[in-house]
Ligand binder design. Structure first.
Ligand code: PLP
Length: 406
C-alpha cells in the first residue's frame, strides 16, 4: 500500500470515533458480488455489508431507480403519498400476511417502533401493568436504548444502565423457558430473530416458533419477528417467516415483523409491518421520523422487492444455500478442520480451531470477505444474486485457507 492511502486511512480513522477495528484496505467500488479496493485488489464479497447488499453492488436497475427518483423528488413530509411509497407499501403488504407498514431508516429504528407498538397495544387493551417484554439469550436487536435493552449484550454493558425495565431473556428453542416467563396480564410482546444473527447464526426450530405462536394466541400477546438480517429473500422466501412451517404445512405468521438491511440493498431504509389488530394501536403523535417513507427510500424498496420476486430469484437463493451448505460439509469431511456448520438460507457460518480474527483476516487476504458472528463463527452472507460460480469460488478460497498454517 502506498503511503498516501495508508495516510488517508489513518487520518480518517483518527478523526472518527473508535468504534470499529479498522480494515487494512480502502474500498473504492463494487460490482455484482465483488468489491474492489483503491490498490486494485478484488474480493468476493460474502459479507455484503453484513447481509445488506442483497442485489449485490451497483445493480443496474437499482442504480437507475435511485438516479431517476433523485431527479424527481427525494424529500417530503411523511404525510404525503408518492408513487414510490404507494408501490413499496403495496409490494410489502401484498406479498406477506401483514396489513400496515411503517417505514424507518434502519434496523434499530424498526425495533424501536415494534417495541412501542407492543407496549401501546398492551396498554390500550390490557392496562398499564402490561409492559414486559420477552426476548432471548444471544439475541441482537440493535444499539439504541430500546433495541439495546432487548439485546442480551446489555448484561455485559452495565455502563449504559439503566436500560428499559421489564425485559426478560428466555432460552432460544426452549419453549418451557418462555412459558416460565410469560404472563397474560404482564407480557406486552415476545420478540425473536427467526434465525439469530450476531448471536451465532442459529435457526429457530419450526416446532419452537409454532409453540411461540400458540402461546401468543393463548395469552393475546403480539409475536414480533426481527427479520432485519434473515429477511428480504435471504431464506429463499421473501419474508423469513414464510420458510418456517407449522404442522399444517403453513407458514408460522408473526403479528409484527421488523425489516431493514436487505430491503434497501445498501440504501439505508427499514420497515415494520403489522397485522391490523396491532397496527391500529399506533395513532398520530405516537411515533414518526423525518426520513421514514421518503420517496427515494421507497423507490429503492420497490425496486429490491420486485427483483426478489422476479422469476427464479428466490429459487436460486434456495439452490445456492444448498450448494454452500453441501460444499462446507464436504470440506468438513475432507479437511477435518471445520468444527461446526450452522445457519439457514444464505446466512451460513462455520467454526474452526483457528482464532476467529486470524481466520477472517486470512480469508480476506485470499480474496473472500466475511464477517464474524458469535464468538467463533465465520459468517457468510453473500449477495442473493450469487450463482454457482461465486459459491464455488468461495468454497475454493475457504479450502485453500484451511490448508494454511496459522
Ligand atoms: C437481527 C438484527 N436486528 C437489528 C439490527 C440493527 O440494525 P441496524 O444496524 O440497521 O440498526 C441488526 C443489525 O445487525 C440485526 O442483525
Amino acid at each position: 500500500m502506498t503511503q498516501d492511502i495508508q495516510g488517508i486511512i489513518d487520518e480518517t480513522v483518527e478523526m472518527n470515533m473508535k468504534l470499529y477495528s479498522p480494515q487494512a484496505v480502502m474500498l473504492e467500488r463494487g460490482e455484482g458480488c465483488y468489491a474492489y479496493d483503491t490498490q486494485g485488489g478484488k474480493c468476493l464479497d460474502f459479507a455484503a455489508g453484513i447481509a445488506v447488499a442483497s442485489l449485490g453492488h451497483a445493480h443496474p436497475k437499482l442504480v437507475k431507480t435511485i438516479s431517476d427518483q433523485a431527479a424527481k423528488i427525494m424529500a417530503c413530509q411523511g404525510s404525503y403519498v408518492t408513487d414510490a411509497k404507494h408501490e413499496a407499501t403495496k409490494l410489502l403488504v401484498d406479498n406477506g400476511c401483514f396489513d400496515e407498514v411503517y417505514f424507518s431508516n434502519s434496523g434499530t429504528e424498526s425495533v424501536e417502533l415494534a417495541l412501542k407498538l407492543a407496549r401501546k397495544w398492551s396498554y390500550d387493551n390490557k392496562g398499564p401493568e402490561c409492559n414486559e417484554l420477552i426476548t432471548f439469550h444471544n439475541s441482537f436487536h440493535g444499539r439504541t436504548y430500546g433495541s439495546a435493552s432487548v439485546t442480551e449484550k446489555r448484561n455485559s454493558q452495565p455502563f449504559f444502565n439503566p436500560y428499559l425495565p421489564g425485559v426478560h431473556f428466555a432460552h432460544f428453542n426452549d419453549l418451557a423457558s418462555v412459558e416460565a416467563l410469560v404472563s397474560k396480564e404482564k407480557t406486552a410482546g415476545i420478540l425473536i430473530e427467526p434465525v439469530q444473527g450476531e448471536g451465532g447464526l442459529t435457526p429457530a426450530e419450526d416446532g419452537f416458533l409454532q409453540g411461540l405462536r400458540a402461546l401468543c394466541d393463548r395469552h393475546d400477546i403480539p409475536l414480533i419477528f426481527d427479520e432485519i438480517q434473515c429477511g428480504a429473500g435471504r431464506m429463499g422466501t421473501l419474508y423469513a417467516y414464510q420458510s418456517f412451517k407449522g404442522e399444517n404445512g403453513q407458514p408460522i405468521e408473526p403479528d409484527v415483523v421488523c425489516l431493514a438491511k436487505g430491503i434497501g440493498s445498501g440504501f439505508p431504509v427499514g420497515a415494520v409491518l403489522a397485522k391490523k389488530k396491532f397496527a391500529s394501536a399506533m395513532v398520530p403523535g405516537t411515533h414518526g421520523t423525518t426520513y421514514g417513507g421518503n420517496p427515494l427510500a421507497c423507490a429503492v424498496v420497490a425496486c429490491v422487492i420486485n427483483e426478489l420476486q422476479s422469476q427464479g430469484f428466490l429459487a436460486n437463493v434456495q439452490a445456492m444455500s444448498s450448494k454452500l451448505m453441501d460444499g462446507l460439509s464436504a470440506l468438513q469431511s475432507s479437511s477435518n478442520k471445520i468444527n461446526r456448520i450452522t445457519g439457514k438460507g444464505l446466512m451460513v457460518g462455520f467454526s474452526t480451531a483457528v482464532p476467529i480474527k486470524d481466520m477472517i483476516g486470512a480469508l480476506r487476504k485470499n480474496g473472500l470477505m466475511t464477517t464474524q458472528a458469535g464468538s467463533d463463527l465465520v459468517r457468510l452472507t453473500p449477495p442473493l444474486i450469487a450463482g454457482e460460480d461465486e459459491i464455488k469460488e468461495a468454497l475454493s478460497i475457504i479450502e485453500t485457507t484451511l490448508k494454511q498454517d496459522f
